[in-house]
Design a protein around this ligand. Sequence first.
Ligand code: 13P
Ligand code: SF4
Length: 646
Amino acid sequence: MDDKTLQALLDAAAPLIELAIAEDIGPGDATSTATLDPNVLLHGRITAKERGVIAGLPVAEAVFRRVDPAIVFTARVAEGQEVVPGEIVAEVVGPGPSLLAAERTALNFLQRMSGIATVTRSFVAAVSTTNATILDTRKTLPGYRVLDKYAVRMGGGVNHRMSLFDMLMVKDNHIDGAGGLLRAVECARAQHPDLPIEVEVRDLDELRQALAIEPPLDRILLDNMDLDTMREAVAIAQALAPSGTRGVPLEASGNVTRARLKDIAETGVDFISAGALTHSVKAFDLSMKIQPLSDAVESDPATRIRVAKNALGDRLVILGHHYQREDVIAFADYRGDSLELARRAAQTDAEYIVFCGVHFMAEVAAILAKPGQHVLIPDIDAGCFLAETASEHLVAAAWSTLDAALSATGSSADTEITPITYVNSDAELKAFCGQHNGTVCTSGNADRVLKWALAQRPRVFFFPDQHLGRNTAHKLGIADDEMLLWNVHRPPSAETIRAAKVILWPGVCNVHQRFRPEHIHAMRERYPGIRVIVHPECKAELVALADDAGSTAYILKQIEAAPAGTQWAIGTESRLVHRLQAEHPEQRILSLSDVPPFCANMTQITAANLAAVLDALLHGEMLNEVTVEPETRHWAKMALERMLSL
Ligand code: 13P
Ligand code: SF4
């Protein structure tokens, strides 16, 4: 978060904090001052009790510091980060009576703001495979507008107008009161020619009137329309758009519930505004537990990890992916991207490989492990959104369709197509590639692998990430009309299949999918000369606009090699961006989006569950061992070894 945003948040929060402290503490906390020694320092842990997104830590810190400047507040997660139950969100150290006096007020702010961020993130996730952007409204708690809207941004939403003065919004009442839509727009524009203007339409006739206005409106709001009418509105707006443009953006509003969200987004509207984000807030569940400072040190996960690493010595190796949180990656013997970690896993002789990353990565280590080696993961449920978009069952069904299309001309899938699975996939899909003379790729070697594959056979079936597949094919000069995006529900005709060189599975990563062209335009406008670098899991339009694209290791290498003072906007998972900011103070490094996209799956690995796995090893027990059934392992290993030899 930049300094200006932080200052604006704290300025807006300051009077609210005064009010809240006056109503809760007043002349003093009667119980705490009577029972606790003000000279003894206590330690408090603020812990998440459910899964969600944290927002408001700077406000919580301001509350503690306002109650007692002697309190030291340490955030353990970043703003906008997803947390899991039991995760420590922040720690406070200070005199007992001060900590307890500030606790309720600090948590009330943090719980409300995190509640808004959490529901916003769920709305954003529900539309992540469409082009719709989630907007808030003015339905905020009176006095809390800045805080509520800040929390929406931390959840990944975008703010609609802040107040009545920063945008013209001509609604039904203005239209009826002014005597018609055109007249209302004319009057509004005449008085405020510099303000952006949005007009609400109630039906398709009003929509046509609004679309005919010159100069074009900035946005049109479709009020309370049913799905069919919205679809029709999108078609009308597109038909009337000047060629080569998307036309006036459309916003859907009214009765936007979580259940209807995806259907609304799939009508093709550009924006969806939802009052529910801020008018029906469900506080995010957090608790604070106090203990003496000395006990806190002993139960500290970091201390337990250090003790276990020391005791297990060379029998243990901890591998950490770049997207892991700071307090986990600090204990990795090796950190890297998925390719580097696959290589490390194949080389190590350690008896226990503890993989701090997501399940498919640990599975790769298990496939490559030597006899007697064990691979463990701190949370066995840390999956990957992208990997889960494809299953062996669905891919095998698609393969049969491909085979049928090619058999008609006397050929077959096995003789014509090389299957490539991105490493972000289940072991079964890697085995599928092993069995069908295919291989695996990572974002670090995808172009080399695709080139190899096309030298074997004329076509490639690439899964599960459509964007990595398309971006890599573009790099090799393959045009979009030579690529076919698979549709699981409506398989293409045999003729279309036979015309395709690269067949792409429709999977996406919900983290990288969030970057949009507007982010690049905004960065370039704000920081002239900034270099934009994105991960190839981003959409092709992003890669085309960016200066460069590459795997996490590639991004790191570019930053390290750049002269001091270079400006970078990075389009990948935020923990890597934050780490680069800390490790390269000589560069200006920014996340491409102002709302940091954290990978929720990577977030599941915590210092606490890493400590639990290591504690168990010390007691001779294996928690969360990752294993692969022998037949699958045999074929998957063949595909992986083919990749590692390229
Ligand atoms: P890398 O191959 O760049 O490590 O990426 C893995 C991943 O999951 C990216 O989202
Ligand atoms: Fe999977 Fe995306 Fe997370 Fe990478 S960032 S692990 S692809 S969900």
